[in-house]
Design a binder for this molecule. Structure first.
Ligand code: AMP
Ligand code: GLY
Length: 422
Protein backbone atom coordinates (compact mmCIF):
# COMPACT_ATOMS: atom_id res chain seq x y z
CA UNK A 1 0.00 0.00 0.00
CA UNK A 2 0.98 3.65 -0.47
CA UNK A 3 1.05 5.99 2.50
CA UNK A 4 1.00 9.79 2.62
CA UNK A 5 2.55 11.45 5.68
CA UNK A 6 1.84 15.14 6.28
CA UNK A 7 4.48 17.38 7.87
CA UNK A 8 8.10 18.37 7.55
CA UNK A 9 9.88 17.93 10.87
CA UNK A 10 11.92 15.38 12.77
CA UNK A 11 8.71 13.65 13.82
CA UNK A 12 7.72 13.13 10.20
CA UNK A 13 11.19 11.87 9.26
CA UNK A 14 10.88 9.36 12.12
CA UNK A 15 7.39 8.27 11.04
CA UNK A 16 8.48 7.88 7.43
CA UNK A 17 11.64 6.00 8.48
CA UNK A 18 9.55 3.48 10.42
CA UNK A 19 6.64 3.22 7.98
CA UNK A 20 8.93 2.80 4.96
CA UNK A 21 10.41 -0.27 6.68
CA UNK A 22 7.06 -2.06 6.84
CA UNK A 23 6.55 -5.04 4.55
CA UNK A 24 3.00 -3.82 4.04
CA UNK A 25 4.15 -0.56 2.51
CA UNK A 26 4.91 -0.08 -1.13
CA UNK A 27 5.66 3.62 -1.32
CA UNK A 28 5.75 6.51 1.17
CA UNK A 29 5.00 10.08 0.16
CA UNK A 30 5.73 12.97 2.51
CA UNK A 31 4.20 16.41 2.09
CA UNK A 32 6.06 18.69 2.13
CA UNK A 33 8.84 16.71 3.87
CA UNK A 34 12.50 17.64 4.23
CA UNK A 35 15.89 16.33 3.08
CA UNK A 36 15.58 13.41 5.51
CA UNK A 37 12.13 12.25 4.45
CA UNK A 38 13.40 12.32 0.84
CA UNK A 39 15.65 9.38 1.81
CA UNK A 40 12.66 7.32 3.01
CA UNK A 41 10.21 8.15 0.27
CA UNK A 42 9.11 10.82 -2.13
CA UNK A 43 8.55 14.40 -1.04
CA UNK A 44 5.51 16.13 -2.49
CA UNK A 45 5.16 19.85 -2.62
CA UNK A 46 1.65 20.25 -1.17
CA UNK A 47 0.14 22.82 1.16
CA UNK A 48 -1.10 20.53 3.92
CA UNK A 49 -3.66 23.09 5.03
CA UNK A 50 -5.27 22.97 1.60
CA UNK A 51 -7.30 19.82 2.18
CA UNK A 52 -8.62 19.53 -1.33
CA UNK A 53 -5.13 19.43 -2.83
CA UNK A 54 -4.08 16.80 -0.26
CA UNK A 55 -7.15 14.68 -0.95
CA UNK A 56 -6.80 14.96 -4.73
CA UNK A 57 -3.15 13.91 -4.49
CA UNK A 58 -4.14 10.96 -2.32
CA UNK A 59 -6.76 9.86 -4.81
CA UNK A 60 -4.48 10.23 -7.81
CA UNK A 61 -1.63 8.29 -6.18
CA UNK A 62 -3.55 5.35 -4.80
CA UNK A 63 -2.88 6.37 -1.21
CA UNK A 64 -4.30 3.83 1.25
CA UNK A 65 -3.68 5.93 4.37
CA UNK A 66 -2.95 9.53 5.32
CA UNK A 67 -0.93 10.00 8.52
CA UNK A 68 -1.11 13.54 9.88
CA UNK A 69 2.01 14.70 11.76
CA UNK A 70 1.28 18.21 13.11
CA UNK A 71 -1.79 19.55 14.90
CA UNK A 72 -2.79 22.47 12.65
CA UNK A 73 -4.52 20.48 9.87
CA UNK A 74 -6.26 18.32 12.49
CA UNK A 75 -7.58 21.30 14.43
CA UNK A 76 -8.71 22.78 11.10
CA UNK A 77 -10.61 19.56 10.32
CA UNK A 78 -8.66 17.60 7.70
CA UNK A 79 -10.09 14.29 8.89
CA UNK A 80 -13.65 15.66 8.73
CA UNK A 81 -12.92 16.91 5.21
CA UNK A 82 -12.08 13.38 4.05
CA UNK A 83 -15.09 11.88 5.83
CA UNK A 84 -17.42 14.53 4.45
CA UNK A 85 -16.72 13.81 0.81
CA UNK A 86 -17.90 10.68 -0.98
CA UNK A 87 -14.78 10.68 -3.19
CA UNK A 88 -12.28 10.68 -0.32
CA UNK A 89 -14.17 8.87 2.44
CA UNK A 90 -12.58 5.47 1.78
CA UNK A 91 -9.07 6.81 2.45
CA UNK A 92 -8.41 6.42 6.19
CA UNK A 93 -6.84 9.34 8.02
CA UNK A 94 -4.74 8.78 11.16
CA UNK A 95 -5.40 11.78 13.37
CA UNK A 96 -8.57 12.85 15.17
CA UNK A 97 -11.59 14.63 13.74
CA UNK A 98 -11.94 18.33 14.52
CA UNK A 99 -13.88 17.85 17.73
CA UNK A 100 -11.26 15.45 19.09
CA UNK A 101 -8.48 17.80 18.02
CA UNK A 102 -10.04 20.42 20.29
CA UNK A 103 -8.26 18.67 23.16
CA UNK A 104 -5.23 20.55 21.82
CA UNK A 105 -6.99 23.32 19.90
CA UNK A 106 -8.84 24.72 22.90
CA UNK A 107 -7.42 24.64 26.42
CA UNK A 108 -10.83 25.63 27.77
CA UNK A 109 -12.40 22.62 26.02
CA UNK A 110 -9.66 20.33 27.36
CA UNK A 111 -10.06 21.59 30.94
CA UNK A 112 -13.83 21.20 30.83
CA UNK A 113 -13.44 17.70 29.44
CA UNK A 114 -11.02 16.76 32.23
CA UNK A 115 -13.34 18.20 34.88
CA UNK A 116 -16.28 16.28 33.49
CA UNK A 117 -14.42 12.96 33.51
CA UNK A 118 -12.57 13.43 36.80
CA UNK A 119 -9.14 13.51 35.17
CA UNK A 120 -6.55 15.09 37.49
CA UNK A 121 -5.37 18.50 36.29
CA UNK A 122 -4.63 21.91 37.82
CA UNK A 123 -7.66 23.78 39.21
CA UNK A 124 -8.70 26.52 36.78
CA UNK A 125 -11.21 29.03 35.51
CA UNK A 126 -11.65 30.55 32.06
CA UNK A 127 -12.23 34.22 31.33
CA UNK A 128 -12.88 36.57 28.41
CA UNK A 129 -12.91 40.32 27.92
CA UNK A 130 -16.34 40.63 29.55
CA UNK A 131 -15.19 38.86 32.68
CA UNK A 132 -11.82 40.65 33.02
CA UNK A 133 -12.67 42.06 36.46
CA UNK A 134 -13.55 38.66 37.90
CA UNK A 135 -10.35 37.28 36.33
CA UNK A 136 -8.31 39.85 38.29
CA UNK A 137 -10.17 38.93 41.44
CA UNK A 138 -9.62 35.22 40.77
CA UNK A 139 -5.89 35.86 40.23
CA UNK A 140 -5.68 37.76 43.50
CA UNK A 141 -7.01 34.74 45.32
CA UNK A 142 -4.41 32.41 43.77
CA UNK A 143 -0.98 31.44 45.01
CA UNK A 144 2.04 32.52 42.96
CA UNK A 145 3.29 31.89 40.37
CA UNK A 146 0.34 32.67 38.13
CA UNK A 147 -0.30 30.49 35.08
CA UNK A 148 -2.08 32.16 32.13
CA UNK A 149 -2.92 30.19 28.99
CA UNK A 150 -4.32 31.42 25.71
CA UNK A 151 -7.20 29.11 24.86
CA UNK A 152 -6.26 28.46 21.22
CA UNK A 153 -3.18 27.40 19.27
CA UNK A 154 -0.37 29.92 19.74
CA UNK A 155 2.64 28.07 18.31
CA UNK A 156 3.78 26.97 21.77
CA UNK A 157 3.99 30.54 23.03
CA UNK A 158 0.56 30.89 24.60
CA UNK A 159 1.47 29.93 28.17
CA UNK A 160 2.81 32.53 30.59
CA UNK A 161 4.04 31.78 34.09
CA UNK A 162 4.47 34.96 36.11
CA UNK A 163 5.53 35.69 39.66
CA UNK A 164 4.16 39.16 40.03
CA UNK A 165 0.45 39.94 40.40
CA UNK A 166 0.62 43.30 38.60
CA UNK A 167 2.50 41.76 35.69
CA UNK A 168 0.00 38.90 35.52
CA UNK A 169 -2.91 41.34 35.32
CA UNK A 170 -1.15 43.33 32.58
CA UNK A 171 -0.36 40.23 30.57
CA UNK A 172 -3.93 39.03 30.95
CA UNK A 173 -5.11 42.35 29.55
CA UNK A 174 -2.70 42.03 26.60
CA UNK A 175 -3.80 38.47 25.88
CA UNK A 176 -7.46 39.49 25.89
CA UNK A 177 -6.55 42.43 23.64
CA UNK A 178 -5.13 40.19 20.94
CA UNK A 179 -1.48 39.52 21.88
CA UNK A 180 -2.00 36.00 20.53
CA UNK A 181 -4.75 36.93 18.09
CA UNK A 182 -8.01 35.04 18.40
CA UNK A 183 -6.21 32.30 20.38
CA UNK A 184 -6.25 34.61 23.42
CA UNK A 185 -9.90 35.64 23.31
CA UNK A 186 -10.42 33.20 26.12
CA UNK A 187 -7.72 32.83 28.77
CA UNK A 188 -7.44 29.89 31.15
CA UNK A 189 -5.99 30.79 34.54
CA UNK A 190 -4.83 27.81 36.49
CA UNK A 191 -3.04 26.66 39.59
CA UNK A 192 0.72 26.16 39.29
CA UNK A 193 1.76 22.52 39.59
CA UNK A 194 5.14 21.88 41.15
CA UNK A 195 6.75 18.69 39.99
CA UNK A 196 8.62 17.05 37.16
CA UNK A 197 7.29 16.79 33.61
CA UNK A 198 7.08 13.83 31.30
CA UNK A 199 4.97 12.75 28.34
CA UNK A 200 3.01 9.61 27.69
CA UNK A 201 1.51 8.62 24.34
CA UNK A 202 -1.18 6.31 23.11
CA UNK A 203 -2.35 5.20 19.72
CA UNK A 204 -6.11 4.65 19.68
CA UNK A 205 -8.79 3.47 17.25
CA UNK A 206 -11.48 5.15 19.33
CA UNK A 207 -12.22 2.05 21.40
CA UNK A 208 -8.95 0.33 22.10
CA UNK A 209 -5.59 1.87 22.74
CA UNK A 210 -1.93 0.89 22.84
CA UNK A 211 0.31 2.52 25.39
CA UNK A 212 3.51 3.75 23.79
CA UNK A 213 6.73 4.30 25.75
CA UNK A 214 6.91 7.43 27.87
CA UNK A 215 9.50 10.15 27.19
CA UNK A 216 10.99 13.23 28.72
CA UNK A 217 11.68 16.21 26.53
CA UNK A 218 13.94 19.19 27.28
CA UNK A 219 12.08 22.33 26.29
CA UNK A 220 14.41 25.11 27.39
CA UNK A 221 17.14 26.27 25.04
CA UNK A 222 19.78 26.57 27.76
CA UNK A 223 21.57 24.05 29.91
CA UNK A 224 20.09 23.29 33.35
CA UNK A 225 16.69 24.20 31.88
CA UNK A 226 17.33 27.90 31.48
CA UNK A 227 16.40 30.45 28.82
CA UNK A 228 13.57 30.50 26.34
CA UNK A 229 11.20 27.68 25.51
CA UNK A 230 11.83 25.80 22.27
CA UNK A 231 10.02 23.01 20.47
CA UNK A 232 12.37 20.64 22.31
CA UNK A 233 16.16 20.32 22.50
CA UNK A 234 16.38 16.59 23.16
CA UNK A 235 14.54 13.67 24.68
CA UNK A 236 14.99 10.33 26.40
CA UNK A 237 12.88 7.19 26.68
CA UNK A 238 12.26 5.39 28.98
CA UNK A 239 12.05 7.87 31.85
CA UNK A 240 13.66 6.34 34.94
CA UNK A 241 11.32 8.04 37.45
CA UNK A 242 8.23 6.76 35.66
CA UNK A 243 8.13 3.37 37.35
CA UNK A 244 5.47 0.70 36.85
CA UNK A 245 3.37 1.94 39.75
CA UNK A 246 3.35 5.49 38.46
CA UNK A 247 2.53 4.43 34.90
CA UNK A 248 -0.36 2.33 36.19
CA UNK A 249 -1.72 5.45 37.89
CA UNK A 250 -1.39 7.31 34.60
CA UNK A 251 -3.31 4.60 32.83
CA UNK A 252 -6.05 4.24 35.46
CA UNK A 253 -6.57 7.90 36.30
CA UNK A 254 -5.81 9.59 33.01
CA UNK A 255 -5.63 7.41 29.91
CA UNK A 256 -8.65 5.18 30.48
CA UNK A 257 -10.99 8.01 31.53
CA UNK A 258 -9.82 10.06 28.54
CA UNK A 259 -10.54 7.30 26.01
CA UNK A 260 -13.88 6.55 27.69
CA UNK A 261 -14.71 10.26 27.86
CA UNK A 262 -14.09 10.73 24.15
CA UNK A 263 -16.35 7.78 23.42
CA UNK A 264 -19.06 9.16 25.73
CA UNK A 265 -18.91 12.48 23.94
CA UNK A 266 -19.46 10.68 20.66
CA UNK A 267 -16.05 11.72 19.37
CA UNK A 268 -14.47 9.05 17.19
CA UNK A 269 -10.81 9.58 18.00
CA UNK A 270 -8.43 7.71 15.72
CA UNK A 271 -4.79 8.57 16.04
CA UNK A 272 -2.03 9.49 18.45
CA UNK A 273 -2.80 11.21 21.72
CA UNK A 274 -0.08 12.84 23.76
CA UNK A 275 -0.50 13.40 27.49
CA UNK A 276 1.79 16.14 28.82
CA UNK A 277 2.02 15.28 32.49
CA UNK A 278 3.35 16.72 35.72
CA UNK A 279 4.41 14.23 38.36
CA UNK A 280 3.55 15.91 41.65
CA UNK A 281 5.02 13.73 44.40
CA UNK A 282 3.85 10.37 43.07
CA UNK A 283 0.67 11.53 41.39
CA UNK A 284 0.18 12.36 37.70
CA UNK A 285 -1.65 15.51 36.56
CA UNK A 286 -2.41 16.51 32.97
CA UNK A 287 -0.72 19.76 31.93
CA UNK A 288 -1.86 19.50 28.33
CA UNK A 289 -3.16 17.20 25.67
CA UNK A 290 -1.66 17.18 22.19
CA UNK A 291 -3.46 15.36 19.42
CA UNK A 292 -0.31 14.08 17.70
CA UNK A 293 3.08 12.64 18.55
CA UNK A 294 5.55 14.96 20.24
CA UNK A 295 8.64 16.28 18.53
CA UNK A 296 11.40 15.38 19.53
CA UNK A 297 9.63 12.72 21.62
CA UNK A 298 8.76 10.81 18.43
CA UNK A 299 12.49 10.52 17.72
CA UNK A 300 12.97 8.43 20.90
CA UNK A 301 9.58 6.73 21.25
CA UNK A 302 9.09 5.40 17.70
CA UNK A 303 12.55 3.79 17.45
CA UNK A 304 11.68 1.75 20.57
CA UNK A 305 8.76 0.09 18.77
CA UNK A 306 9.76 -3.37 17.59
CA UNK A 307 6.40 -4.21 15.99
CA UNK A 308 5.26 -3.09 12.58
CA UNK A 309 3.93 0.45 13.12
CA UNK A 310 2.04 0.23 9.82
CA UNK A 311 0.15 -2.79 11.07
CA UNK A 312 -0.83 -0.83 14.18
CA UNK A 313 -2.01 2.08 12.03
CA UNK A 314 -4.08 -0.35 9.95
CA UNK A 315 -5.64 -1.44 13.25
CA UNK A 316 -6.46 2.20 14.02
CA UNK A 317 -8.20 2.62 10.68
CA UNK A 318 -9.99 -0.72 10.93
CA UNK A 319 -11.09 -0.33 14.54
CA UNK A 320 -9.36 -3.58 15.52
CA UNK A 321 -6.27 -2.25 17.25
CA UNK A 322 -6.90 -4.78 20.03
CA UNK A 323 -5.91 -7.57 17.61
CA UNK A 324 -2.52 -5.98 16.92
CA UNK A 325 0.71 -6.50 18.79
CA UNK A 326 2.87 -3.76 20.25
CA UNK A 327 6.36 -4.82 21.29
CA UNK A 328 8.77 -2.33 22.80
CA UNK A 329 12.52 -2.70 23.22
CA UNK A 330 13.93 -2.36 26.73
CA UNK A 331 16.80 -0.36 25.29
CA UNK A 332 17.00 3.33 26.02
CA UNK A 333 16.84 5.78 23.13
CA UNK A 334 18.12 9.34 23.49
CA UNK A 335 18.05 12.18 21.05
CA UNK A 336 20.07 15.39 20.97
CA UNK A 337 18.79 18.20 18.77
CA UNK A 338 21.24 20.27 16.74
CA UNK A 339 19.77 23.71 16.25
CA UNK A 340 20.61 26.88 14.32
CA UNK A 341 22.50 29.51 16.34
CA UNK A 342 20.01 32.06 17.68
CA UNK A 343 17.04 29.69 17.80
CA UNK A 344 14.35 30.08 19.20
CA UNK A 345 14.95 33.74 18.33
CA UNK A 346 16.20 34.88 14.92
CA UNK A 347 18.59 32.60 13.09
CA UNK A 348 20.05 32.21 9.62
CA UNK A 349 19.08 29.49 7.17
CA UNK A 350 20.79 27.94 4.18
CA UNK A 351 23.93 26.73 6.00
CA UNK A 352 25.46 23.65 4.44
CA UNK A 353 25.46 20.58 6.68
CA UNK A 354 28.61 18.42 6.64
CA UNK A 355 29.55 14.90 7.79
CA UNK A 356 26.10 13.34 8.19
CA UNK A 357 27.47 10.28 6.40
CA UNK A 358 30.34 10.02 8.93
CA UNK A 359 27.98 9.75 11.88
CA UNK A 360 27.83 6.10 12.89
CA UNK A 361 25.93 4.37 15.69
CA UNK A 362 23.07 6.88 15.62
CA UNK A 363 20.05 7.50 13.46
CA UNK A 364 20.07 11.03 12.13
CA UNK A 365 16.49 12.27 11.91
CA UNK A 366 16.29 15.46 9.90
CA UNK A 367 14.03 18.38 10.80
CA UNK A 368 14.81 21.82 9.36
CA UNK A 369 16.78 20.66 6.32
CA UNK A 370 16.39 20.76 2.57
CA UNK A 371 18.26 19.55 -0.47
CA UNK A 372 19.93 22.07 -2.73
CA UNK A 373 21.41 20.08 -5.60
CA UNK A 374 23.44 17.37 -3.88
CA UNK A 375 23.99 19.41 -0.73
CA UNK A 376 21.87 19.45 2.42
CA UNK A 377 21.33 22.87 3.98
CA UNK A 378 19.57 24.15 7.10
CA UNK A 379 16.06 25.46 6.65
CA UNK A 380 14.74 25.80 10.20
CA UNK A 381 15.59 26.33 13.86
CA UNK A 382 15.70 22.68 14.79
CA UNK A 383 17.92 21.01 12.22
CA UNK A 384 18.79 17.42 13.13
CA UNK A 385 17.81 15.00 15.90
CA UNK A 386 20.59 12.55 16.71
CA UNK A 387 18.91 9.45 18.10
CA UNK A 388 20.84 6.55 19.59
CA UNK A 389 20.09 3.24 21.27
CA UNK A 390 21.88 2.06 24.40
CA UNK A 391 21.52 -0.56 27.10
CA UNK A 392 21.23 2.42 29.40
CA UNK A 393 20.90 6.16 29.08
CA UNK A 394 24.61 6.88 29.35
CA UNK A 395 25.51 4.51 26.56
CA UNK A 396 22.88 6.05 24.29
CA UNK A 397 23.86 9.63 25.17
CA UNK A 398 27.52 8.91 24.50
CA UNK A 399 26.70 7.98 20.90
CA UNK A 400 24.34 10.93 20.38
CA UNK A 401 26.95 13.35 21.72
CA UNK A 402 29.83 11.84 19.70
CA UNK A 403 27.83 12.39 16.51
CA UNK A 404 26.67 15.84 17.63
CA UNK A 405 30.37 16.80 17.51
CA UNK A 406 31.04 15.15 14.13
CA UNK A 407 28.18 16.77 12.20
CA UNK A 408 28.90 20.40 11.37
CA UNK A 409 27.12 23.46 10.12
CA UNK A 410 27.77 27.12 10.76
CA UNK A 411 26.12 28.26 13.98
CA UNK A 412 25.44 24.72 15.25
CA UNK A 413 24.27 24.65 18.86
CA UNK A 414 23.09 21.85 21.14
CA UNK A 415 22.49 21.31 24.83
CA UNK A 416 25.18 19.22 26.45
CA UNK A 417 23.07 18.13 29.40
CA UNK A 418 20.20 16.08 27.98
CA UNK A 419 19.29 13.51 30.63
CA UNK A 420 21.31 15.43 33.27
CA UNK A 421 18.54 15.39 35.84
CA UNK A 422 17.60 11.71 35.58
P1 AMP B 1 1.33 23.81 27.82
O1 AMP B 1 1.39 24.47 26.48
O2 AMP B 1 -0.01 23.80 28.46
O3 AMP B 1 1.99 22.47 27.81
O4 AMP B 1 2.32 24.64 28.76
C1 AMP B 1 3.66 24.86 28.41
C2 AMP B 1 4.56 24.59 29.57
O5 AMP B 1 4.21 25.44 30.68
C3 AMP B 1 4.43 23.17 30.14
O6 AMP B 1 5.23 22.29 29.44
C4 AMP B 1 4.88 23.37 31.56
O7 AMP B 1 6.29 23.40 31.65
C5 AMP B 1 4.37 24.74 31.90
N1 AMP B 1 3.06 24.67 32.57
C6 AMP B 1 1.85 24.71 31.96
N2 AMP B 1 0.86 24.62 32.88
C7 AMP B 1 1.45 24.53 34.07
C8 AMP B 1 0.97 24.42 35.41
N3 AMP B 1 -0.34 24.41 35.70
N4 AMP B 1 1.88 24.34 36.41
C9 AMP B 1 3.20 24.37 36.14
N5 AMP B 1 3.71 24.48 34.91
C10 AMP B 1 2.86 24.57 33.89
N1 GLY C 1 8.03 18.47 22.35
C1 GLY C 1 6.78 19.05 22.69
C2 GLY C 1 5.74 18.91 21.69
O1 GLY C 1 5.84 18.20 20.71
O2 GLY C 1 4.70 19.55 21.86
Amino acid sequence: MNVLILGSGGREHTLSWMIARSKKVNKVFIAPGNAGTAIEGQNVNLDINNFESVAEFALANDIAMVVVGPEAPLVAGIHDFFLGNEKYRQIPVVGPVKEGAMLEGSKDFAKEFMDKYGIPTAAYRSFNRDTYDSACEFLRGMKRPYVLKADGLAAGKGVLILDDYDEAVQELDKMLSGKFGDAGKIVVIEEFLKGIELSVFILTDGNNYKLFPEAKDYKKVGEKDTGLNTGGMGAVSPVPFADKKFLKRVEDRIIKPTVTGLKNEGIEYKGFLYFGLMKVDDDPFVVEYNVRMGDPEAEVVIPRIKSDLMDLLIGVAGGNLDEKKLEITNDTVTTVMLVSGGYPGDYEKGKEIFNIEDASGSIIFQAGTRNVGDRIVTSGGRVLAISSYGHDMNEALKKSYANAEIIEFEGKYFRRDIGFDL
